[in-house]
Design a protein around this ligand. Structure first.
Ligand SMILES: Cc1ncc(COP(=O)(O)O)c(C=O)c1O
Length: 439
């Protein structure tokens, strides 16, 4: 490995998130700088970013207009509370975000992360039903193989066993839909698989079992990202929407990964033509620069909740840094880049090239499936008994050595490049992975 950090550094005190700490600290890999489509390691190796940092740097690294806006805001006013006080940047950001969002998402509640957005949306769903005199609706429905962050709410509705096992009881009253993925039926589908819409009908079974009067909301990622890019089967999201409508259940799309152009539209909801009642987002909201998330809600939800109290705060929920002025400055600048550079459209135009490139890996050693959606893709590799993710981790390591960053999740290598990627860089990522698989 070429990018070992300086031996003198003390790696011990930092308890790293979602990291094999002891393994990492035995052979640390550190990134030092980023610009455009590239990172540079601490020893100067140039790395093509095939994952937009962590599904978040959609406009590419080092965007000057964001840096300038952040610096300006820091010097003008570094912090102001949003509790019973306001400041212009938060109102401007909410106006810009809701104006760009699909029609009907007129209200934005600000958070600092995807996890907080998910937990906020779940709480808003409960508050909404209660405000309407429907306080028995306390059950949430998530889905197997979904990731909704690490708050207790998000983990409870999430569908990744190893994220739950250490953390006790989590939320009560949660049901899970089955995952939308079955390789025996869907392998090598180009974007949406033809098989699987009927899996949404499981929601009817859950409704029969628990009664609609106990169910507050269904939450799904339009494309499950963190468990290996699982696009929704054709017709699946439409069916979920219809069943929710029949039973008065709110539908939440968690668009923390799919938001801000990943599928060629601002949100995947627009791409698939299915509108939820709330959208959670984060990551690309500030191009990954300053932590920020948001819940977008329809007027019926905002109005019901805000009508629930005549005097005190209607929703007893919020964060010290909700609508942080510096995050809002970054968000406004990021939204302006997406708009002025037409990056959602660019993503849509690049998607067919991306699709054809990643599917060219069919037949390479160990490959058992390839999935894509917009500028997302996963190449699933053979599982080795007793060694979870063996080939995916090896492929990741080899690509990194060759100067390309992809991610290993489970048995899959996943990719989600910045939307500013050029065709030659698509070829480089796919070529590097092809080479890694061949070795
Ligand atoms: C769909 C989804 N929801 C929520 C989250 C959590 O976001 P954060 O890590 O910002 O808390 C993620 C993170 O990857 C995500 O992919």
């Amino acid at each position: 490995m070429t990018n070992l950090a300086t031996p003198a550094a003390n790696y011990q005190p930092y308890w790293m998130p979602f990291t094999a700490n002891r393994k990492f600290k035995g052979a640390p890999r550190l990134l030092a700088r980023a610009e455009g489509m590239y990172y540079w390691t601490t020893d100067g190796q140039k790395i093509l970013d095939g994952v937009a940092g962590l599904w978040c740097v959609n406009a590419g690294h080092g965007r000057k207009s964001i840096a300038d806006a952040v610096a300006r805001q820091l010097m003008e006013m570094d912090y102001a509370s949003s509790f019973q006080l306001g400041h212009p940047a938060a109102f401007e950001m909410a106006a810009a975000l809701t104006a760009a969002a699909p029609p009907g998402f007129d209200y934005a509640f600000f958070t600092n992360s995807g996890s907080e957005s998910v937990d906020s949306a779940l709480k808003i769903a409960l508050a909404y039903h209660r405000a309407r005199g429907d306080g028995t609706r306390v059950r949430f429905v998530g889905r197997d193989r979904s990731y909704h962050g690490v708050g207790f709410g998000g983990v409870s509705v999430g569908g990744i066993g190893k994220h739950r096992v250490a953390f006790g009881n989590l939320l009560q009253h949660v049901s899970h839909l089955p995952a939308t993925y079955d390789r025996s039926q869907q392998a090598y589908s180009h974007h949406q698989p033809a098989w699987g819409a009927h899996l949404a009908d499981e929601l009817e079974r859950i409704v029969k079992l628990h009664d609609a009067s106990t169910i507050a909301a269904v939450i799904v990622e339009p494309v499950a990202g963190s468990t290996g890019v699982l696009p929704p089967p054709k017709g699946y999201l439409e069916r979920l929407r219809a069943i929710c409508d029949t039973h008065g259940i709110l539908l939440i799309f968690d668009e923390v990964i799919t938001g801000f152009g990943r599928l060629g539209t601002m949100f995947a909801a627009e791409h698939y033509g299915v509108m939820p009642d709330m959208i959670t987002c984060a990551k690309g909201l500030t191009n990954g620069t300053i932590p920020m998330g948001a819940v977008l809600a329809k007027p019926a939800i905002y109005e019901a909740v805000t009508a629930s109290s005549a005097s005190g705060p209607e929703l007893s929920h919020g964060y010290t840094y909700s609508g942080h002025p510096v995050a809002c400055a970054a968000g406004l600048a990021a939204l302006e880049i997406y708009r002025s550079e037409g990056l959602y459209q660019r993503s849509a135009e690049m998607a067919p090239y991306w699709e054809q490139a990643v599917h060219s890996l069919k037949g390479r050693p160990h490959v058992v499936d390839i999935r894509n959606a917009g500028l997302l893709a996963a190449v699933e590799l053979e599982a080795v008994p007793g060694e979870v993710g063996k080939f995916a981790q090896e492929a990741h390591a080899r690509c990194f050595e060759a100067g390309v960053m992809v991610r290993a999740v489970g048995e899959s290598v996943v990719m989600s490049p910045p939307l500013v990627i050029e065709r030659a860089q698509v070829d480089e990522i796919v070529g590097s992975l092809s080479e890694a698989l061949g070795r």
